[in-house]
Ligand binder design. Structure first.
Ligand code: FAD
Length: 406
C-alpha cells in the first residue's frame, strides 16, 4: 500500500501524521522550510481540540509548556471588568483550554512525529509545486529552497495542509482571487510580566474602532518573582493592510498611541506593550469565502488551506486538529480512496464554513459591543444596571459553543 503524502508540516499536517500513524496508516510529511523555528505567538486550544490531542497521548507534554486557562474576562477600554466567564475545565468541560506559544505546540507535535513515525518520513526543505493524479496514485513535485527539483514522490492520497497561502489549493483553484481583508490590522507580541487577575485569565479589552487588546499568559515562571510570558494581540480598524505573512514585522509605534492612557490598576498597558520581547508580528485580519469542494479525486485540503478563517475565535489550530482526526476516521472506514476524501469533505466543509462565517461576524466582541452602545462608551458605575446576568452569560458565550447551539 502506498503512503499518504502530507504537504505542510504545520499544526494540521503533523496532527494528521500522528492520527494516521495511530491507525497504522503509513504517511510522509513534506515541509517547505528547512528548519522549524518558533515563529508566531500565542494561540488558544479550546477543549474540543485538547480532547483530540489527548487521544494522541500528548496532553501532558502540552500542559508542561502552556497555561491552563481559567477564565475569559471582558473589560471596557477603561479597564473595568464587565464579566468573567469560567473557561475550560472550570466551565464544566472534561478537557482543558490551553494558552500556548504556537512554537511550543509545533515542537511537541514535531518531536512526537519524529519519535513515532521517524525523521526519515519528514522531508524538510521540500516545497510542493505540483500534483498529478493517475489511475490509482498521485505524484507530487517538489523543489529545494534554491528551486532545484527533487525526485517525484508517489502516494495513494495527497492532503494539502500547507496553510493560508496553500500551493495545493492554488492548483485546485487556479483562478481564486486574493484573500478578503476584514478591515482590521493585528499586531502580536510577548512580554515578560507579573501575573494579572487569576494568573491564567484571557482578557479582552475594548473594541477595534478605538483599539482592542487581547492579552493572556502562555508560560509560567519564566523569570524571577514568578513572572510569566504574556501574549498580547492588538486589533485596530485600518484602511490599509500588508501581505498575509505570519512573519511580517511591526513596530510598537504603529499602535501605541491608541493605548497611551490605558493605565489600569491591574495592568499598565503602554508599559507592557513597550516591554515586548523580540519581534512584534503584524498580520492583517483576512479570510476567504468557503469553497464548495476540497476533495478532487485523490487530493484534498486540510486546516487553513481548506478553510482560512480570521484568527479571532481561537478556532484556527483547533479546526485543523478536528479535520485531522475526522479524516483519519474516514480513511479507516473507506480506505485510501476518493470516497474517504469525499466523506471527509461532506462533514467538515459545512462545519468549518459556519465557523468561518461566525468568526468573521466578530461574534466574540458581542458583549463589549453591547456595553459600548448601552453606556455610550463611558465608564460604568455598576454592570448590574446595564446588563442582566442572563444577558452577560449569553453575550459572552465562546463562538464555538455558540456555533454548536445555533
Ligand atoms: C509561521 C507561522 C506562524 C503563525 N503564528 C500564528 C499566531 O501567532 N497565532 C495564530 O492564531 N495563528 C498563527 N499561525 C496560524 C496557525 O498556526 C494556523 O491557523 C493553524 O495552526 C492551522 O494550521 P495549518 O496546519 O492549517 O497551517 P499552518 O500551521 O500555517 O502550517 C502550514 C505549513 O505548511 C507549510 N507550507 C506552506 N507551503 C508549502 C509548500 N508549498 N510545500 C510544503 N510545505 C508548505 C508551511 O511552512 C507551514 O509549516 C501561524 C502560522 C505559521 C505558518
Amino acid at each position: 500500500m502506498k503512503d499518504i503524502l502530507i504537504v505542510g508540516g504545520g499544526i494540521g499536517g503533523l496532527t494528521l501524521a500522528l492520527f494516521l500513524h495511530k491507525a497504522g496508516i503509513p504517511c510522509r510529511v513534506y515541509e517547505c522550510v528547512n528548519t522549524i523555528k518558533p515563529i508566531g505567538m500565542g494561540i488558544n486550544l479550546l477543549p474540543y481540540a485538547t480532547e483530540k490531542l489527548a487521544q494522541l497521548g500528548i496532553l501532558d507534554k502540552l500542559r508542561a509548556v502552556s497555561i491552563e486557562t481559567r477564565e475569559s474576562v471582558f473589560c471596557n477600554r477603561f479597564g473595568q471588568t464587565i464579566f468573567s466567564r469560567p473557561a475550560g475545565r472550570l466551565a464544566g468541560n472534561k478537557y482543558p483550554q490551553l494558552s500556548i506559544h504556537r512554537g511550543e505546540l509545533h515542537n511537541v507535535l514535531l518531536s512526537e512525529v519524529y519519535k513515532c513515525i521517524g525523521a526519515e518520513r519528514v522531508y524538510m526543505g521540500w516545497n510542493c509545486t505540483n500534483v498529478l493524479q493517475f489511475e490509482n496514485y498521485v505524484t507530487a513535485k517538489f523543489t529545494d529552497p534554491q528551486g532545484k527539483l527533487y525526485p517525484d514522490q508517489q502516494g495513494s492520497l495527497l492532503i494539502g495542509c500547507d496553510g493560508v497561502n496553500s500551493a495545493v489549493r492554488k492548483l485546485l483553484y487556479p483562478d481564486e482571487g486574493a484573500p478578503l481583508y476584514r478591515g482590521i490590522n493585528m499586531w502580536r507580541g510577548v512580554s515578560q510580566w507579573v501575573p494579572f487577575f487569576s494568573g491564567a485569565s484571557m482578557v479582552r479589552i475594548g473594541l477595534p474602532n478605538s483599539g482592542k487588546l487581547v492579552i493572556y499568559p502562555i508560560k509560567d515562571n519564566i523569570g524571577e518573582n514568578g513572572t510569566q510570558l504574556i501574549n498580547w494581540v492588538i486589533e485596530i480598524e485600518t484602511a490599509n493592510y500588508s501581505a498575509q505573512d505570519w512573519n511580517q514585522s511591526g513596530h510598537v509605534l504603529d499602535f501605541i498611541n491608541y493605548f497611551s492612557d490605558w493605565k489600569f490598576d491591574w495592568l499598565d498597558v503602554p508599559e507592557i506593550l513597550k516591554a515586548h520581547r523580540g519581534k512584534i508580528l503584524k498580520y492583517p485580519m483576512m479570510d476567504r469565502d468557503p469553497v464548495s469542494k476540497w476533495s478532487f479525486g485523490m487530493i484534498s485540503l486540510l486546516g487553513d488551506a481548506a478553510h482560512p478563517m480570521v484568527p479571532l475565535g481561537s478556532n484556527g489550530a483547533g479546526q485543523a486538529i478536528l479535520d485531522a482526526s475526522f479524516l483519519q476516521q474516514c480513511i479507516i472506514k473507506y480506505g485510501h480512496s476518493n470516497l474517504a476524501l469525499k466523506k471527509y469533505e461532506d462533514t467538515r466543509l459545512l462545519q468549518t464554513a459556519r465557523i468561518t462565517k461566525i468568526d468573521r461576524s466578530m461574534a466574540q466582541d458581542r458583549l463589549l459591543h453591547e456595553v459600548y452602545s448601552r453606556t455610550n462608551d463611558s465608564r460604568i458605575l455598576s454592570i448590574d444596571s446595564i446588563l442582566s446576568k442572563d444577558e452577560l452569560i449569553k453575550l459572552s458565550e465562546p463562538t464555538y459553543n455558540y456555533i454548536e447551539a445555533s
